[in-house]
Design a protein around this ligand. Sequence first.
Ligand code: ADP
Ligand code: MG
Length: 351
Amino acid sequence: MKNFRYSIYEAKSAYLLFSLSFFLGFLSADICTADNATLVTQQRQMLHTFVEIKAYGDNAGAAISAAFDEMERVNRLLNNYDNTSEISAINKNAGGASVNISPETVEALQAALKFSSLSGGALDITVGPLLRLWGFAQEIPSTKGAGPHAEEIKKARLYVDYRSLELQQAVSGGAGTARLVKKGMWIDAGSFSKGYCADRAIAVLKKQGIRSALVAAGGTICAIGRKTDGSKWKVAVRHPRKDDNFMTFVPLCDASISTSGDYERFYEKNGRRKGHIIDPRTGNPVERMQSVSVIAATGLESDLLSTTLFVLGPAEGSRLMDSLPGTSALLVSHDGKISMSEKWPEKVILY
Ligand code: ADP
Ligand code: MG
């Protein structure tokens, strides 16, 4: 499963990198100078995608390398397709003993459980059995014949319930234990692993003294500070149906943006698009959204919330954003209708 999702994400990332490079005023140079500061850009193929980090600062090169190493380390804890990860250990022990997990895994799972609860189960990281049933637990997603039968969906749903993930932590910020109560349950980290790894990269960059940087990992982009000219970073949000058009450009400063879309990992069945985000409450792939972008304080939150709102849809999703400080969303429904929550920072939509 080493290259799981890689080919699909390559297309998205190439686009993302272009959008970032575009705003930084160059296309492929590794180093350039602006406002007397040096901008260093490095890319690494990881997390089944391309990750790009841009940072200003004298020690930016070394800081970026350390940030990439940290992302790789944390991904080894979270990747449920890596047999040796902590998430895999929880999955393998489902129905059995609880598993010791590191502070990072605890932090990510705590956030996932919080938004699962706030969304009434629209987000549910124990959605694994349904992802497998719908053919998304493989490199090229597909199902045979007419797809899963209602009875099979009903049965798989018996193994999907975030409330059956027991999480314990003795001291805030410390290590802990986790246990899935039923054999056959399976956590999937797809809704948060890239966002959380990006946060860890941001933490390392800051520790190394970097005060202006961008980390782009798949559909998540996290920003430290502003550009050296004092302006906020600008990030392009692509149109879910027009590959080469940006819907809008949003300012970002010490915040993160994540986009979940139906345009990268999907297959067609009887003329209908089946995408990789499943509504755990029905057991079916969500068909009513094309894309959702969420801005939040951290990559972990924006990544989790973009998946959450994709399931909730515009009305409930916007309500959730309005109730959570520092969050906002831009949503495109299946019919192309665009909506935004009150605090979404850019009202101008170009396409
Ligand atoms: P990416 O950042 O890779 O584009 P998203 O943040 O949009 O992905 O999350 C989609 C992924 O989340 C799916 O590929 C799957 O692994 C997982 N997933 C699908 N449905 C749900 C759900 N209802 N709750 C939690 N995770 C989900
Ligand atoms: Mg997400």
